[in-house]
Every structure is written in C-alpha cells, then in structure tokens.
Design a protein around this ligand. Structure first.
Ligand SMILES: CC(=O)CC(=O)SCCNC(=O)CCNC(=O)[C@H](O)C(C)(C)COP(=O)(O)OP(=O)(O)OC[C@H]1O[C@@H](n2cnc3c(N)ncnc32)[C@H](O)[C@@H]1OP(=O)(O)O
Ligand SMILES: NC(=O)C1=CN([C@@H]2O[C@H](COP(=O)(O)OP(=O)(O)OC[C@H]3O[C@@H](n4cnc5c(N)ncnc54)[C@H](OP(=O)(O)O)[C@@H]3O)[C@@H](O)[C@H]2O)C=CC1
Length: 306
C-alpha cells in the first residue's frame, strides 16, 4: 500500500499494488472484463446473482481464449494461466482482498445502488470501486458508498477483448490518486483511455445511442427494412455493423436504459426512446443474448424480424 493520504485520510492503493480485481456481473461485459484482466496478469474474482451465469460466463471466456490459441495469438500455457487466475463466487466475501472492484451488472440504477451498498462493507478501506455503467451518473452512484473519493466510471466497449477504448469518468468527488490508479490499469490492459465528464451517457453513448434510436425510428416509420437499414449503414457509412445489428449486439434493454437516462437527464425530446424499441424490450426480444431482437438468432444465420 502506498503512503499517499487523500481527502478522507485513508491510504489509497498504489498502481503497483493492484493484484486482485473483482468483477460484479457475469454478463457479456463482466466476462469480457474478467478475461482481459486475467490475460494482463491480475487475479480476478467474478461474481453474479446466478451460478449458471458464472458457469456459462467462464465457458465463454475459455472458448474465446481457445480461439486465440487456434489463431496463434496466445500460447496454450498463457491461456491456462489466465483461466487459473479467475475465481468465481455468488457473494461479496470474494472481494475482501481486492484492490479494485469493477461493477458490470445490469444497466439499472436501483440494482447498481443496491450492489454498492451491499458491497462496501466487504471491502478493504483503501479499495477502489469502479462502474462500467453505460450512462448513469457516477456522482449519484458514488454517493451510496462510503468512499465517493475512491469511486469512478471505467466504461469498457463491447466486445471488450477487441475494443481499444475505455472511457474514464470522474464523479464530482473522485480523488486524483483514484483516477491515476484506474488510468494505469487501463494502460496495462493495453487499452486507450478517453476522459469524459460526468454527463448522461458520457461521450460514446451520447453520440452512438441516438444514432441507434434513430435507426429504430427509421424502421418504425417504414423508411427501410431491418436489412436495408443495416446494409445502408454498413456499406454507405462504412460501419462494421449496421445500427440494428449493433443494437442487438449491445442488448436492446441496455440501449433503452441509456435512452431513458439521456431523455431524463438532458430533458430534450430528441432523446425520446422509439416506441418500437420499447415494444421489443417489453416483449423480451432484447437482442442476441435473448436469441431474438431485430434479428432472430435461432437458426444458423440471423434472420431479420421485419
Ligand atoms: C453500449 C456501450 O455502453 C458502449 C459500447 O460498447 S457500444 C458498442 C461498441 N462496439 C462496436 O461498435 C462494435 C462494432 N463491431 C465491430 O467492431 C466488429 O463487427 C467486431 C469487432 C465485433 C467483429 O469484427 P469482424 O471483423 O466482423 O468479425 P471477426 O473477423 O469474426 O472478428 C474480428 C476479431 O474480433 C474477435 N471477436 C469478434 N467478436 C468477439 C466477441 N464477441 N468476443 C471476443 N472477441 C471477438 C474475433 O475473435 C477476431 O479476433 P482475431 O482478429 O484475433 O482473430
Ligand atoms: N452491452 C454493451 O454493449 C455494454 C454494456 N455496458 C454496461 O455494462 C453493464 C453490463 O452490461 P451487459 O454485460 O451487456 O449486460 P448483461 O445483461 O449481459 O449482464 C448483466 C449481468 O449482471 C447480472 N446481475 C443482475 N443483477 C445483479 C446483481 N445484483 N449482482 C450481480 N450481478 C447481477 C445479470 O443477471 P440476470 O440476467 O440474472 O439479471 C447478468 O448476468 C451495464 O451497466 C451496461 O450498461 C457497457 C459497455 C457496453
């Protein structure tokens, strides 16, 4: 532990002392984050509310690493070592020895607030808490913890092992040493940080999600079909995925949650979630992870639903 005192007079962990990192939520993001942490040499503690999610998450990480070995990007020994560094558990006692815990559970403020309240009594006093939220106020989330100075946003992009960016967001109370430690960790993960202020949806999603929402309006108003909209944006704007394909990839529940945060937080009607997006989420058609969104994923190839 470094001998650095900050506003709340407790020593804060130093970058070189960060060895054990917790991840809360074994969904697509939590598993991706756990994978890149383990590959970078951190001991990872991964938790979720559901043992099945932990089992399927670990299987997904194993598959990703095996694919990297097959493609000659990773040695078999490094794959085994990375897998060995990940342990799992259903309760927060697994985080007692962690220097940093990254929350990557469902994009729902109430769920996240509950997680942080339950989590902090289990942490070392000097531990840092980060959230991978796509949109929610870092300052508000920090305020439910006993350590707003040791709290910040660390927003990875999906798929985590491939995407180079991590948005770093300070809340109003985030202390500089916290920021430095999280930035150093971002670099060790071989990612590029971009600093964003604590405004609804930060930078990437402030720009990307209204574009996706507009694509859903374009579908809703019959301007184009699912495949024509996606083809238009892939070939016409050189996007690697069409906006509806990307929405399914992100999760329509997450897309809708981000639009709500933009609409509520910025009080501007241009962020109104498209009613068709709302309907798909209400139907449980939340994208790839549910087997159905703007595409149906039950067959060999995704089939457009409209
Ligand atoms: C919502 C938020 O809060 C913020 C966000 O994340 S917004 C979403 C941001 N992400 C994007 O915009 C992604 C857009 N899509 C893409 O960039 C690309 O389609 C893609 C990288 C996902 C796939 O690329 P592709 O060229 O079509 O596919 P493919 O050739 O199969 O894969 C390229 C590499 O990515 C890897 N990859 C693809 N999907 C992956 C996944 N889900 N997990 C891990 N690795 C993956 C592949 O293994 C492959 O690796 P190698 O080069 O080492 O072999
Ligand atoms: N999807 C994306 O492209 C991106 C998402 N993010 C953010 O990352 C976070 C996670 O998103 P993503 O991985 O896509 O979502 P997923 O739906 O894939 O995963 C969320 C996981 O969290 C679990 N969970 C729910 N409540 C709790 C809890 N109290 N404690 C622990 N785990 C819990 C869920 O379980 P169950 O399903 O049983 O509820 C699920 O396994 C969100 O904040 C999202 O905004 C950030 C960048 C990109």
């Amino acid at each position: 532990m470094a001998d650095v005192l900050t506003q709340d007079d407790r020593p804060i962990v130093a970058s070189e002392d960060v060895k054990r990192v917790g991840v809360i939520g074994a969904g697509q993001m939590g598993c991706g984050i756990a994978q890149v942490l383990a590959q970078a040499g951190y001991e990872v503690r991964l938790s979720d509310v559901d043992q099945e999610h932990l089992d399927s998450g670990l299987a997904k990480i194993r598959k990703n690493l095996e694919r990297a070995v097959e493609r000659g990007k990773l040695s078999s020994g490094d794959k085994d070592a990375a897998l060995k560094r990940i342990s799992t558990g259903l309760d927060y006692t697994i985080f007692e020895d962690c220097e940093i815990v990254i929350e990557a559970a469902t994009e729902n403020e109430e769920i996240k607030r509950q997680i942080f309240k339950t989590l902090v009594p289990h942490l070392k006093p000097e531990a840092i808490v980060a959230t991978n939220t796509s949109s929610i106020s870092i300052t508000r989330l920090a305020s439910v913890t006993d350590r707003p100075g040791r709290f910040m946003g660390m927003h990875f992009m999906n798929p985590v092992p491939v995407m180079k960016l991590v948005e770093l967001i300070r809340g109003i109370a985030t202390e500089e040493p916290t920021f430095q430690v999280v930035r150093d960790m971002t670099m060790r993960l071989n990612k590029t940080p971009a600093v964003a202020e604590d405004f609804p949806a930060f930078i990437v999603n402030r720009i990307l999600l209204p574009m996706i929402n507009e694509a859903v309006y374009t579908l809703y108003e019959g301007v184009g079909s699912v495949s024509s909209i996606d083809t238009a944006m892939r070939l016409g704007a050189n996007h690697p995925m069409g906006p509806l394909e990307l929405a399914d990839f992100i999760g329509l529940d997450t897309c809708l949650a981000v639009m709500h945060v933009l609409y509520d937080g910025l009080a501007d009607s241009k962020y109104r979630p498209c009613p068709l997006l709302v309907k798909y989420v209400e139907a449980g058609w939340v994208g790839r992870k549910a087997g159905r969104g703007f595409y149906d994923y039950s067959g060999d190839e995704p089939v457009p639903t409209r």
